[in-house]
Design a protein around this ligand. Structure first.
Ligand code: ADP
Length: 447
């Protein structure tokens, strides 16, 4: 497990990849150097041997004595690499200095790979060529011991260098990768130590590497968002409990009243029951609305908004006393859940009726352009002040007047409208209506 963890670490993987790359590069480089060097050495040996052959051709070697003289002059030096065997026309063989011994092993020599001119035997490598001169033939072996030694030394040196570079390189890259991933490890530890209950826990943002800096910044933003949403949730729960506690206390009060005095004064009963009835209805509605808020999922059906609006207006007309002015453009369609659109329209229209005196009027308009759909609900009611406009879309907000007045409500309706409109990338504005009242304008973009 621990081993696997180590193998998965960026540091380990970087180091391994780097080591592999380094080894391959150095190997290719070394092989190239050795190849070029061998080729050069081979060519120069060949060239010099050709020179020797030229000289042999030109030299006076008509008989055995002249041959021996020649061989003595050109190949007797201690460091001479040339071993020559001459087959005279008489059938006799003569040898240069020490050549007899070398040629005695000739049969045991092997060809070096595909090169017919290179022979090797135990530790020695020879360049091999022949020369025809008149009736005589000469076999020439050129010792390449020095060249071979040089190549061996180059190979040894490059192996050694490879090892050193690899060792130093791996050490260096492992260190570098460690330094590179340290901010990540620090970040990981900090995340582990974060206590989300305790606010303002933030990650330290390193200056570099930039990638880690961005991650840390994004993470801090996320933390902030989460804190804000947690705060909102807390506020929400507090508001809900408050909103439910008040009517519940009142209901319990009425129940107690009926218990204590119901028998002696039965006239209190109908009033209390009526109160319990409206309050419990209000609470049911509120709970339903809250549930809607908690389950906001975009619908993908095509909804005929014109038809839906007409339906709602028809039902509504029977329940209100205000005058209704309706302008509905035909064939307005939106990709949205019908129930969502119904909630938006109903909340706006019901508010208009709730906050407008019976002698007032309400106007409803539905229009569309190429870009989008506009729904306007205007009334000649009490209007909304600039201060109130800042809050009416908040959950449970009710203007003071509405609270104290007899108008029933929970302050959730507009917050649902707001959430639903934004769910479909739309927006909503509140304006003053002329000569009085307010006007809600909802806009949905068309896709
Ligand atoms: P509710 O109507 O249940 O109180 P809403 O969220 O629908 O809650 O509205 C919030 C507040 O906004 C209302 O209490 C009221 O003060 C104000 N409001 C909404 N619509 C209108 C309107 N058409 N005219 C005047 N005030 C309004």
């Amino acid at each position: 497990m621990g081993n696997k963890k180590r193998r998965n670490s960026a540091r380990f993987q970087l180091t391994i990849r780097f080591a592999l790359l380094l080894t391959i590069s150095i190997l290719v480089l070394s092989i190239s150097i050795v190849t070029v060097l061998s080729r050069e050495l081979y060519d120069s040996t060949k060239e010099q041997t050709e020179l020797l052959k030229e000289t042999m051709k030109k030299a006076d070697t008509k008989n055995r004595v002249e041959w021996l003289e020649f061989l003595d002059t050109y190949t007797s030096g201690k460091s001479s690499p040339y071993y020559i065997q001459v087959f005279l026309s008489s059938g006799e063989s003569i040898y240069s200095h020490e050549a007899r011994q070398v040629f005695s092993q000739f049969d045991e020599m092997n060809q070096f790979l595909f090169l017919q001119t290179l022979l090797w035997e135990e530790e020695d490598v020879y360049y091999y060529t022949t020369l025809e001169k008149g009736e005589d033939t000469a076999a020439i072996l050129v010792s390449m011991e020095d060249q071979f030694d040089l190549i061996k030394r180059v190979i040894l040196l490059s192996t050694l260098l490879t090892m050193i570079v690899l060792f130093v390189g791996v050490w260096f890259i492992a260190r570098f990768a460690g330094v590179f991933s340290r901010p990540l490890r620090v970040m990981n530890n900090e995340i582990g130590a974060l206590n989300l209950e305790e606010k303002k826990g933030r990650l330290t943002v390193p200056e570099d590497p930039r990638e880690v800096k961005y991650v840390a910044e994004s993470f801090n933003e996320l933390l902030e968002k989460q804190e804000r949403s947690l705060e909102r949730e807390k506020q929400f729960v507090a508001d809900v409990s408050h909103e439910l506690r008040t009517p519940l206390t009142a209901i319990r009060g009425h129940v107690k009243l009926i218990r204590r005095r119901g028998e002696a004064h039965p006239e209190v009963i109908p009033k209390s029951i009526a109160y319990i009835d409206t309050e419990s209805k209000r609470m049911t509605l509120m709970v339903e609305q809250l549930l809607t808020l908690g389950r906001l999922e975009k619908g993908t059906d095509v909804t005929d908004v014109s038809q839906l609006l007409r339906q709602i207006v028809d039902d509504f007309q029977l329940m209100i006393r205000q005058t209704l002015e309706v302008t509905i453009e035909e064939d307005v369609y939106l990709i949205a859940e019908k129930e969502h659109l119904r909630q938006i329209i109903r909340n706006l229209v019901e508010n208009a009726a709730k906050y407008t005196e019976p002698s007032g009027s309400i106007s409803i308009q539905l229009r569309q352009t190429k870009e989008g759909v506009t729904l306007k609900v205007a009334d000649t009611g009490k209007g909304i002040s600039a201060e109130e406009r800042l809050h009416i879309f908040e959950r449970f907000y009710r203007a003071d007047q509405s609270r104290s007045s007899q108008v029933s409500g929970s302050g959730i309706g507009l917050s649902i409208v707001w959430a639903l409109v934004h769910l479909y990338e739309g927006h909503i504005n509140v304006l003053d209506n002329q000569p009085k009242g307010s006007q809600f304008v909802v806009y949905f973009p068309k896709k």
